[in-house]
Design a binder for this molecule. Structure first.
Ligand SMILES: Nc1ncnc2c1ncn2[C@@H]1O[C@H](COP(=O)(O)OP(=O)(O)OP(=O)(O)O)[C@@H](O)[C@H]1O
Ligand SMILES: [Mg+2]
Length: 682
């Protein structure tokens, strides 16, 4: 624990505060922050700043249970049968062949009053022509729909003769903007095109037709089902079904009206004959839907809508640019776009495409010769970051690669850390070993820590960049949970509490089926911050609430890794935070750099040691490094290796970041002299 008594670190018993960074002034030519793209903004976002960063709302005591859309319920006017028909059943596409209404008011049907929902800002341009091909990246779901919905509807009698039972209900669930409503609309359209069969499609939006008058909503539902049976075969699509049938077990405050609706719904689903009426439900969170509704026999099939993978993103971008008259992204550029959009939902991708073309229009003021350029895409990307609404999507984290010149410093550290971490990776050793014993009892979580709080922009930050960009980890989507991200999210969703944001993010990760990494820089500080926020107004004597995100994290299982960091003494880590990690295997403490690594790094300075710079230096570079070892340089090299030894790695990294940046910028004229002066002062 030598390093804990460093001069530049003051330990105040509670936490540690870095008073200054090591002096590297003679070498600093450019501000440090400009050089390295830092993985975390913690250093800029201390507890004290937080209040300025975003005003936490006063209602911090949010129960972790689901919140009922009370305003919606109260705010809804009494609906007469006609109203209901207009807002509910009439929102329904009548796919009945030959019905003159089909097509004429299809748009209305499929964009029910534009009411809520993530429909990507105004719905799809060509709603009438939506087909299953308009839905990208969901090939398996589409195949299932064709096989289990379309085919049985078309060949109902034959299927019955063969005793094949179609599903009674299908539940769509997944993050906002992943195409649930889109797929349902496409099914509605496709069904109306089915030849020789008249199928009615009813669209019903969550709490929209919910009436505050006891019994009214149930009556409405009964009418809807009766109509669906009368016009069989038919499909009822309950969009945002959690608004109508919330989980009765998860909330004690659930109002009676909902309980009645859930009970009615259960009876109604059971009463309809399989094959006559197919019920499709859609929700963001499966857990928010009453479990009795979800039970097999009612919703036989549950389809999860993941965030699109690279191929899916290509497909969706292609769909949303298919109507462009020119400059559609193809080939390599499409691949670049798909790679840059990790974590984007279908709705995000649609917005990106729309913004891009709008940027092209804005640039070409005359509106005649429109050309979409890469700059238009780049501008759209910058607009995206500000406006992305999905919690999950906004938390996507893409680590920057560590500057190559710095890599030698991390080689030994990576060699030790990676095998330890591998144990916990979604496809790592533990996952492959059935019944791997005690380790499996906890969540897959791993902590990288350093005993000194200096500034995670340096060693810890760079190491984490290196880890997250390593091929073992970079193949997983990474999400970040930290104060700056929460601050950004809260700024865009002002009426949502911080506790709910954290809960939403963790919930979405928990429900996601794809393997992923949840990166939590400075986890102890996050805990401390959330504690402060939820207990903001309380005095010392009052009972304090404990942030629940740790127990939420513990419910994350399976193919996800929680990768956290902490800078400071272990004794300062809150017990709850500690309890997340297996302190024997799931933890790694930062090391000092070895002589060999520092030597390898400094050797890269050799081309700058010659007296003649410019062409000679370039020649030397081309020839390889065999001319590097001038006597003087070798002596300097050994001296610097020795003088930087014994120091914790962090300030060495600081020095190296400066040096490597100067090398990159070719500001080499005085580099060696500066280094010499620097060493002499040590
Ligand atoms: N898989 C996809 N393929 C093509 N476009 C998509 C896809 N997913 C989303 N989009 C675009 O985003 C818009 C919004 O998606 P949609 O309304 O279907 O999301 P959702 O999953 O129903 O979200 P919410 O849970 O908020 O209701 C769609 O109208 C479409 O333009
Ligand atoms: Mg929807």
């Amino acid at each position: 624990m030598d390093s804990e008594t460093e001069d530049n670190v003051v330990t105040d018993g509670e936490d540690q505060v870095a008073t200054s960074l090591p002096t590297t002034t003679p070498l600093v030519a450019v501000p440090l922050m400009a050089m390295v793209n830092m993985p975390s903004l913690y250093s800029q976002c201390d507890m004290g700043d937080l209040q300025n960063l975003y005003p936490f709302s006063s209602e911090v005591d949010i129960p972790e249970e689901i919140e009922l859309p009370v305003e919606e319920v109260n705010g809804l006017s009494l609906m007469s049968d006609d109203d209901f028909a207009n807002r509910g059943i009439n929102n329904i596409a009548r796919g009945r062949k030959g019905n003159p209404k089909v097509g004429a008011d299809r748009k209305n049907h499929f964009s029910p009053g534009g009411a809520g929902g993530n429909d990507g800002g105004g719905g799809d341009p060509d709603v009438n022509n939506l087909t299953l091909e308009s839905v990208g990246g969901l090939d398996d779901h589409i195949a299932f729909i064709r096989q289990s919905v379309m085919y049985p509807l078309k060949h109902q009698e034959a299927m019955q003769e063969w005793g094949v039972e179609p599903p009674k209900g299908i539940m769509f669930h997944g993050s906002p903007g992943t195409g649930k409503t889109l797929l349902a609309k496409a099914i509605g359209n496709e069904i109306s095109k089915l030849t020789g069969k008249q199928v009615t499609f009813y669209y019903h939006k969550g709490s929209e037709s919910f009436s505050k008058y006891v019994g009214e909503s149930e009556a409405n539902l009964r009418r809807l089902f009766a109509k669906a049976v009368a016009t069989k075969p038919s499909i009822i699509f309950f969009d945002e079904i959690d608004g109508l049938c919330p989980n009765r077990e998860r909330s004690a405050n659930i109002c009676h009206a909902y309980v009645g609706v859930v009970t009615a719904m259960l009876g109604l689903i059971d009463s309809v004959k399989r094959g006559d009426v197919l019920i499709i439900g859609a929700t963001n969170r499966l857990a928010d839907v009453d479990p009795a509704i979800r039970r097999p026999g009612r919703f036989d099939k549950v389809l999860f809508f993941p965030l699109p993978d690279e191929a899916g993103r290509k497909n969706i971008i292609t769909i949303h640019t298919s109507q462009w008259l020119s400059d559609k992204p193809t080939g390599e550029f499409l691949t670049v776009l798909a790679k840059k959009t990790v974590g984007f939902t279908g709705a995000d991708l649609k917005k990106l495409c729309t913004d891009t073309v709008q940027n092209a229009f804005t640039r070409n003021g005359d509106g005649k010769t429109i050309h979409v350029t890469e700059d238009d895409w780049a501008t759209a990307f910058s607009q995206m970051n500000k406006s992305s609404t999905a919690v999950f999507g906004s938390s996507v984290y893409v680590a920057d690669h560590v500057p190559p010149l710095l890599l030698p410093l991390f080689s030994a550290e990576m060699a030790t850390l990676l095998p330890k971490l591998d144990l916990f990776l979604p496809d790592g050793q533990l996952a492959k070993t059935p019944g791997a014993g005690k380790l499996l009892n906890g969540p897959s979580s791993f902590l990288v820590w350093d005993s000194i709080l200096v500034d995670d922009r340096y060693q810890l930050g760079l190491l984490m960049q290196n880890v997250l960009t390593h091929p073992r980890l970079s193949k997983y989507s990474t999400y970040i949970l930290d104060v700056p991200t929460l601050a950004k999210l809260q700024a865009s969703r002002r009426n949502v509490t911080i506790t709910k944001l954290v809960g939403d993010l963790i919930g979405q990760i928990e429900q996601s089926e794809s393997p992923c990494v949840l990166y939590i820089p400075q986890i102890n500080k996050l805990y401390q911050t959330l504690f402060a926020v939820i207990n903001q107004r309380k005095g010392k004597e009052e009972n304090h609430q404990i942030p629940v995100f740790i127990s939420q994290l513990k419910s994350i299982r399976g193919n996800k890794l929680i990768l956290a960091t902490w800078e400071g003494q272990m004794t300062n880590v809150f017990p709850q935070v500690k309890s997340l990690f297996n302190l024997e295997h799931g933890i790694y403490k930062l090391q000092k750099t070895g002589d060999a690594e520092r030597r390898a790094f400094f050797k890269q300075l050799a081309p700058f040691s010659g007296k003649n710079e410019g062409p000679t230096e370039n020649k030397r570079k081309k020839k390889g490094n065999n001319q590097n070892g001038s006597e003087a340089f070798n002596r300097l090299l050994e001296e610097i290796v020795e003088k930087t030894g014994g120091d914790p790695m962090r300030w060495v990294v600081n020095l190296f970041v400066n040096l490597s940046n100067r090398i990159d910028k070719k500001e080499d004229k005085n580099l060696i002299t500066d280094l010499r002066n620097y060493l002499d002062r040590l």
